[in-house]
Design a protein around this ligand. Sequence first.
Ligand code: ATP
Length: 297
Amino acid sequence: MSGNPSDTGADGGTGIDADTPGSEADSSGSVDAGTATSTGTGPDPHAGTGSDAGDAGGPTDADPLLAVSDLEAGYETGQVLFGVDLAVGDGELVSLLGRNGAGKTTTLRAIMGAEEPRVLDGSVTFAGESLLGRPPHEIARRGIGFVPEERRCFPRLSVVENVRLAINHARDPADLETVLSLFPELDDMRGKAARNMSGGEQQMLTMARALAANPRLLLLDEPFEGLAPYIVRRIEDIIAEINDDRGITVLFVEQNVAAAMAIADRHYVIDEGRIVAEVTTRRLREDEALRQRYLGV
Ligand code: ATP
């Protein structure tokens, strides 16, 4: 992808409630709903086959903010997603876990309307409206912020300039001070060029740029990747704060299972393009076989 996706995607706020949603997450009690509705290979036996979505208390029994159903998508080289189902309720903090190449980034890119992958079948709805076929900037405008794995920001521009640019592109932006108040580290280096910042600081700056558009839902692609443990903990805290205090719904994809368990309410596990489990944090922590089999930890 050329250019700057965070920037083009910064102008959110049209079409849906621009104000922050309520932060009550009714997810904490959700149990592993065994929603492995994947076609092809069956769901994992550890994947909580016993419960149904109605008892799960998760977003599937109400209107979820984000609903991905039976999503099939792929590249010229072949299909990668095979009937992916996931739902994120308003106010939830949810992870999508999987190994290298499992299909995590592809899922996020399909949600964001990226040119690639090509969506072959299924549906993606946000706040009750279909997103499929819409370009990324329109999806962003509807209230979805995206923080890509590559942590894109303008390398020569300062912290403030980077965030201001995102604010300038947003339909209903947050104000600079509100955004920076979440990131004291950035606040202390307002004039510093992004290229001179550490990986963790750049991660924060990319998140700040996404938040500048006042999103209702934030999608994060491997936010902990390549970061030292103490920065991982810092990013964990920031994501939790974004969700708890700002009331922003969060879906992040990760390989770092420990970090995901530290902050998320609920987790989907993806393997070879299929959702093989939907579990609570407690279940994921207890189910070593599930973790070993699909996540290698
Ligand atoms: P990682 O943790 O390594 O980022 P992931 O779970 O995000 O992995 P994806 O990036 O979604 O996995 O990749 C899923 C599959 O799709 C892989 O087999 C990958 O090689 C393939 N793939 C990803 N991007 C492309 C592309 N642009 N063209 C062709 N195949 C691709």
